[in-house]
Design a protein around this ligand. Structure first.
Ligand SMILES: CSC[C@H]1O[C@H](OP(=O)(O)O)[C@H](O)[C@@H]1O
Length: 346
């Protein structure tokens, strides 16, 4: 078991230290990033992944590039900042935390007129985003745990764990809090093809935490829920629309349909920063499509004809009506999500 939390992205004086999540679980290796291009590449290549972690990485990326800036004129500085923000926004389209964090960084310079003051304010805001996320995820964990009993068994998909956030995670946060309080929660983790965040990250993370975790393949979910007494499903999210529709890792929608048909609760755990009130419904969420070789290969080994046609959406959208509850740092919302979300954001 690890004694200190593994952090996926950290500010390190004038550099960014980033856990290369592509190498897990075989290797725990950190990269030192020294340019905004490095950050763009890290987000695009899933060296850092998970909605909140992507937002934190982008915030640190803007802090890094502005710390390095030699522009003395404030208007030129602000123009360059906006260009670099727009550049980072092209790295991945679905997780709203990327855009939410960038918007927060841009907002801190609105009432500033000096370059030095702007540099300091941007770095302070990026560090605040990281610190807040840790506290937020802990709160999500506490609310989530209130839904479960000692000895419950939960099924989760992809990785919404500590390395997808500042710490604790969202869907995995209740496991951290349960461990602290001597409550036993067991887990089944679906492998999550094609990038295998469940097999590589969640199975490893929960094992390190000392949780009884069992790995299954994605096509075992229905039988597992039916035969293993799964009490509930809990997943993360990348963007939740104003009506409660939730985009999450591909396969989540199917999992929600199975949970509904087998009569077990399906929970989405996410911070308010993942709820996008400007996205009216799931139909308005852009679904990232990634390189076909992610499907054609496993660990770089071809498992199909090299030139086979591939459809590789990285996310799907679960309609609000399939979601039993959305667990946030402000509490658990159920039922009329449109109304409940509007109240949360009033
Ligand atoms: C706590 S957000 C985790 C969320 O992000 C993952 O996507 P990706 O690994 O592609 O960044 C997945 O959808 C998780 O639920």
């Amino acid at each position: 078991m690890l004694n200190t939390p593994i952090r996926s992205v950290q500010w390190n004086k004038d550099k960014i230290t980033l856990l290369d999540q592509r190498l897990l679980p075989q290797k725990i290796e950190y990269l030192t990033l020294s340019s905004i291009e490095d950050i763009w590449d890290a987000i695009f290549e899933l060296k850092v992944r998970g909605a909140p972690a992507i937002g934190i990485a982008a915030a640190f990326g803007l802090a890094l590039s502005t710390q390095q800036s030699t522009i003395s004129n404030f208007d030129e500085f602000r123009l360059e900042l906006k260009k670099e923000a727009a550049y980072l926004e092209t790295s991945r389209p679905t997780a709203v935390n990327l855009f939410w964090a960038i918007k927060r960084i841009l907002s801190v310079v609105e009432n500033i007129t000096s370059v030095q003051e702007a540099k300091e304010a941007i770095l302070a805001e990026a560090l605040l985003i990281e610190k807040e996320d840790e506290d937020i995820c802990r709160s999500i964990g506490e609310y989530a745990l209130s839904l479960f009993q000692d000895e419950d068994t939960l099924l989760t998909h992809c990785n919404a764990g500590g390395i997808a956030t500042a710490r604790y995670g969202t869907a995995l946060a209740p496991f951290y809090i349960a461990k602290e309080r001597g409550i036993t929660l067991r887990a089944f983790a679906s492998e999550t093809r094609p990038v295998l965040q469940g097999a590589r990250l969640t199975a490893w993370e929960l094992q390190q935490l000392g949780v009884d975790v069992t790995l299954i393949t994605d096509n075992m979910v229905a039988h597992t829920i039916q035969s293993k007494g799964i009490n509930a499903v809990i997943v993360g999210a990348d963007r939740i629309a104003a009506n409660g529709d939730a985009a999450n890792k591909i396969g989540t929608y199917g999992l929600a349909l199975i949970a509904k048909s087998l009569g077990i609760p399906f929970y989405v755990a996410a911070p308010l920063s993942t709820i996008d009130v400007d996205t009216l419904s799931g139909a308005d969420i852009e679904i990232e499509e990634r390189h076909p070789d992610e499907v054609r290969t496993i660990n770089g080994h071809l498992i199909s004809p090299a030139d086979i046609n591939v459809f590789n959406p990285a996310f799907d959208v679960t309609p609000a009506e399939l979601i039993t509850g959305i667990i946030t740092e402000k509490g658990i919302i159920k039922g009329d999500y449109q109304k409940e979300i509007a109240i949360l954001f009033q």
